[in-house]
Design a binder for this molecule. Structure first.
Ligand SMILES: [Ca+2]
Length: 168
């Protein structure tokens, strides 16, 4: 189910901007799927910062989940999958200039959701578009990271070639 209503997904472009879950900071609606397609200028990369994150928890993220993919669509390698409330900002970095973010809620129980912003980083890795790798790091890297829970990293199931994924 793709969602059409305003404020839920869409194409985002430009050097920086922000977006949030539907109705944020109020509780997000149930049974909603939102997909944001973020693009910055060719040759740049993207840093996505999730400032607040509050959803219904499930250990395998089966209920409500935010997923970040390092490419033009949901077939790109998955860089992050979040389903635990955290008050520490989280950052996800792409190596290409495209990022796809998917938020999904199920039929019961919601939370405040999230707000996030992206910023273009010049001179990412020099290559346009198809860089199949990404990394995720804590906000204060390389200093010691703040206590942080519930961050699950994994490649998307399927036949994607192995990609670089570093937890620093
Ligand atoms: Ca839910």
């Amino acid at each position: 189910m793709l969602c059409v209503p305003a404020g839920c997904g869409g194409e985002l472009s430009g050097p920086r901007g922000s977006f949030n879950s539907p109705d944020y900071p109020n509780k997000y609606p149930e049974n909603r799927e939102c997909i944001w397609y973020i693009s910055t200028s060719l040759g740049s990369s993207i840093t996505l910062t999730i400032h607040e994150f509050s959803v219904e928890f499930h250990q395998d993220c089966n209920y409500d989940v935010l997923e970040v993919y390092g490419g033009p669509d949901l077939l790109a390698p998955q860089l992050a999958k979040l389903c635990t409330t955290t008050s520490s900002p989280l950052q996800v970095s792409s190596t290409g200039n495209l990022l796809t973010v998917r938020f999904k809620s199920d039929s019961y129980v919601s939370g405040r959701g999230f707000n996030a912003s992206w910023a273009e980083v010049q001179g990412g890795c020099g290559g346009p578009v198809t860089a199949p790798s990404g990394e995720i790091h804590s906000p204060s890297y390389p200093s010691s990271y703040p206590q942080q829970r519930g961050l699950f990293l994994g490649h998307q199931r399927g036949s994607q070639p192995p990609s670089l994924l570093k937890l620093l």
